[in-house]
Design a binder for this molecule. Structure first.
Ligand SMILES: *Cc1c(COP(=O)(O)O)cnc(C)c1O
Length: 354
């Protein structure tokens, strides 16, 4: 029996996507060849790449608005340096909301002056900074929309004329936003889209070509745009599975439909965390993530009992990140409501025991 998969990433994908993907490894759409044994220049794969790129823009409501979608390699971590390489001429601003922001800052410092415009480090990133001033002379402002480790999520994005760059690795396609407020969005596939190995980059074309430095081809967004995301061999399996997941989401009713489901899942677990005296939430209430719920147990002595109960119920992947401790239930798009129900049942059962 499949377990309830609360893994933070790589993580659960829709069951029907897994079915189709495993079939395509054996034979793609009746062509007598495997997806992973054909040329990326074959008409079959070119169609897959085109479909994946256009689905990404369609789901985000960015079609015909001057954006390009790319599937690159190197993970979100590569984007930490690629964004700066391509966009940072003199000075950029970063909002420090945790480990991933800090890693992005570290790479960007190699390319120019970095202003940390706000930080929530003082409370170990339990909240999202708000109301900070944004200098008007920044090349861009970098944000992390969802802080996977701490369970915080930006609900209101700053209004500014400075171009916005956003790491959406762990909440892409999970909620409705005006995505046209961003000039560049990136997301590693492995948290809401597909297997590790592909990174979605959605870039507004008119922000490119403004830095004076030379950019190596593989690092240059303009090269990848010109080559329609096929400058070199793309991660064909990861792109294919991401395409299937995006198709699944579109058939479900798009981001509007999944947002409603995600909110119901989040409400279910957060109300249990609030009402059950055995548990407490870690992230500030107004900034709590719909994707990653972080919580802890009030009485350490109950920890072993809870862990055993989880194991017995087939609940997998809820240990918190080592820098936060406690528990983290990741509830990405593909996680069914029943899995959250199963976890909440155990939490209330523990209250009765405790
Ligand atoms: C997981 C994660 C990353 C790192 O992604 P890689 O693909 O492993 O480089 C970056 N940012 C956020 C917000 C993440 O959740």
């Amino acid at each position: 029996m499949k377990k309830h998969n609360f893994s933070a990433g790589p993580c659960i994908l829709p069951a029907e996507v897994m079915q189709k993907a495993s079939q395509a490894v054996l034979e793609l759409d009746g062509i007598g060849l495997s997806l992973i044994e054909i040329s990326h220049r074959s008409k079959e794969f070119v169609a897959i790449m085109e479909n994946a790129r256009s689905l990404a823009l369609e789901l985000l409501g960015l079609e015909g608005k001057g954006y390009q979608a790319l599937f690159l390699q190197g993970g979100a971590s590569m984007q930490f340096l690629m964004t700066a390489f391509n966009l940072l001429d003199k000075k950029a601003g970063y909002v420090n909301t945790g480990t991933w922001s800090q890693k992005a800052i570290k790479e960007a410092r190699l390319f120019g002056d970095i202003v940390e415009v706000a930080s929530s480090q003082e409370d170990n990133f339990k909240h999202i900074p708000k109301g900070y001033a944004i200098p008007s002379d920044l090349d861009y402002l970098h944000l992390t929309s969802n802080n996977t480790i701490y369970g915080t999520q930006i609900k209101e994005f700053p209004k500014t004329d400075v171009p916005l760059v956003c790491d959406m690795s762990s909440d892409i396609f999970s909620r409705q936003l005006d995505f046209s407020q961003f000039d560049l969005i990136y997301a590693g596939a492995q948290k809401n889209m597909g297997p590790a190995g592909a990174t979605l980059v959605v870039v507004k074309e008119d922000i490119l070509g403004k830095v004076s430095r030379k950019i190596p081809s593989m690092m240059d967004y303009s090269v990848h745009v010109a080559k329609e995301s096929m400058f070199n061999t793309p991660p064909v399996f990861a792109v294919y599975v991401s395409m299937l997941t995006m198709q699944w989401l579109k058939d479900l009713g798009g981001i509007a439909a999944i947002e409603e489901i995600n909110e119901r899942k989040a409400n279910l677990i957060y109300s249990e965390i609030e009402l059950n005296p055995v548990f407490y939430g870690i992230a500030a209430k107004e900034d709590r993530s719909t994707m990653n719920a972080t919580f802890n147990i009030t009485d350490d002595e109950l920890k072993d009992i809870f862990d055993d109960m989880c194991k017995e119920a087939g609940i997998s992947g809820i240990n918190g990140h080592r820098s936060v401790g406690g528990y983290r239930a990741s509830m990405y798009n593909a996680l069914p409501m029943e899995s959250v129900g199963a976890l909440v049942d155990i939490m209330s059962e523990l209250e009765k025991k405790g």
